[in-house]
Design a protein around this ligand. Structure first.
Ligand code: AHR
Length: 509
């Protein structure tokens, strides 16, 4: 089937397959590119929290109230808008009371999902909000629907947000007088799987029930995000939105880029050839079709698009790096991950009328991480740099863009050669993002700029000498953004020579 599709696509491909024509419609401004699309997911998993963020006040690693300064500084610079915590699968076994009060008295549990290691509960509610405050992010707290009760969930919400009452007094006794803001609350996670193996119909009822008891104090608002579908489970989306739309504000979608034949992840994060490159990028492109179809289902029941689609877990999932602790999902991050990030961030622009929040998995040391640490050392991954390049998209206005690209293919893996998006930033500057899938050939992009009066294009490029180039602790940084000089504007047309295997972010002035 795939081979047939590849043959059909190739037959339809234009002769000058490597060249691309684009029209940017600045004259037809679209929806907001919501800053919450840059949300980060931080789970109690491997060294995602412990070691990666939290080292404790007594650590030799420089820290502020237990959080390492280097990592917090890097994340702050990125402008992370929202942090999703404490899971993932971990959330549906998490009992918040075990993570408040004197740290020495907190129970030590087993992290049954991730490596069977001990979970000291050192990072609990107060520590999480300190993390969010140090980074300058809002909180997206995921509640326990799996093995918790609605009462436990309601009391956690009250503990966090209430200005008065016994739980607020307990919070104050534990060091925090003023209530925190919880703008986003997850009604469980993956209820179809680790969150309870529920059928969609049952999950819809459970969601209605739990969401009923998530109550915001007067004058505040908590957006309730229901545990949505796995990949292409459109029936799940349909059932949840049909049955529970009255109780929720968003429905999530989880989609991981898993090359090498799918689940379980077995492809190496660093040791791959061009087929492994193309397979991964082809899997990443699937996000466009998935969002289109989930959105079509949601449109049936919510044509006004009140309910967000929150793609709150996405990113690459490879076999974990050799020699790392089983269950810790530690994987290196290469130029290939940078392209995966760019594809997603461009696709989210296309669907910005429905996708208001997305969370890459995960923030530190887990899956497609922003930052990797090794003891006191830290590196910024290629994915981090893509996020930094796209940062000016936050809360800008999406500009519709038509892209006529040729095809890039390797073996049975076929995809458009160029991924693109355009956004007018809050600073008024029009930016165009372009990514070239082809690892061997540059691509000439010719873009008509409708409604843009620009005479120059400057920007940055992220590329490297090899498809698996990475930033490593001792080898130095090989994948960092550099000034880009391959773009010109003349007579309302932008011409770009996109290097092979690259991500480019341009500013038109
Ligand atoms: O991100 C790792 C895991 O992937 C999460 O805990 C879970 O929600 C998903 O299956």
């Amino acid at each position: 089937m795939r081979a047939l599709l590849a043959a059909l696509l190739l037959a339809a491909a234009p002769a000058a397959a490597q060249d691309t024509t684009v029209t940017v419609h600045a004259d037809r401004p679209g929806p907001t590119y919501d800053r919450r699309i840059f949300t980060q997911f931080a789970e109690h998993l491997g060294n995602g929290i412990y070691g990666g963020l939290w080292v404790g006040e007594k650590s030799k690693i420089a820290n502020v109230r237990g959080y390492r300064k280097d990592v917090i500084g890097a994340l702050k610079a990125l402008g992370v808008p929202v942090i999703r915590w404490p899971g993932g699968c971990f959330a549906d076994e998490y009992h918040w009371r075990e993570g408040v009060g004197p740290r020495a008295k907190r129970p030590v549990k087993i992290n049954t999902h991730w490596g069977g290691v001990t979970e000291p509960n050192t990072v609990g509610t107060h520590e999480f909000f300190d993390l969010a405050e140090q980074i300058g992010a809002e909180a997206y707290v995921a509640g326990n629907v799996g093995n918790g009760t609605p009462q436990e969930m309601a009391e956690w919400v009250e503990y966090m947000t209430s200005p008065a009452g016994t739980l607020a007094e307990e919070r104050a006794k534990n060091g925090r007088k003023a209530p925190w803001k919880v703008p986003y609350f997850g009604v469980g996670n993956e209820l179809w799987g680790c969150g309870g193996n529920m059928r969609a119909e049952y999950a819809a009822d459970v969601t209605r029930r739990y969401a009923t008891f998530i109550k915001a104090p007067a004058g505040t608002r908590i957006l309730k995000i229901a545990a949505g579908a796995n990949v292409d489970d459109y029936k799940w989306t349909e059932t949840l939105i049909r049955e529970a739309s009255g109780q929720i504000d968003a429905l999530s979608l989880h989609y991981y880029t898993i090359p090498g034949g799918g689940w379980p992840p077995r492809a190496s994060a660093t040791d791959f050839d061009e087929a492994g490159w193309a397979d991964t990028l082809a899997q990443a492109w699937r996000i466009d079709d998935l969002i289109t179809r989930h959105t079509a289902v949601m449109d049936k029941y919510d044509p006004q698009k009140r309910i967000w689609l929150a793609v709150d877990e996405w990113g690459t999932w490879f076999a974990q790096d050799p020699g790392t602790t089983p269950g810790f999902l530690r994987q290196q991050n290469t130029l290939r991950d940078a392209l995966v990030a760019a594809i997603h961030l461009n696709v989210f622009a296309k669907h910005a009328d429905r996708v208001k929040l997305s969370a890459i998995a995960q923030m530190v040391n887990v899956l497609q991480a922003m930052v990797l640490t090794d003891g006191a050392k830290m590196v910024l991954t290629p994915t981090y740099h893509v996020f930094m390049m796209y940062k000016p998209y936050m809360d800008g206005t999406v500009l519709p863009i038509d892209v006529k690209a040729g095809w890039y293919n390797k073996d049975q893996f076929v995809m458009p050669a160029v991924s693109a998006s355009a956004v007018r930033g809050k600073d008024g500057v029009v930016r165009v993002a372009l990514a070239n899938m082809d690892p061997n050939r540059p691509n000439t992009v010719s873009a008509t700029l409708a409604g843009v009066t620009a005479t120059a294009a400057t920007g940055q490029v992220l590329t490297a000498d090899a498809i698996n180039a990475r930033n490593d602790f001792d080898a130095g940084d090989r994948v960092v953004p550099r000034a880009f000089t391959g773009a010109q504007v003349a007579n309302g047309t932008l011409t770009v020579t996109l290097p092979a295997k690259s991500v480019v972010m341009l500013e038109l002035r």
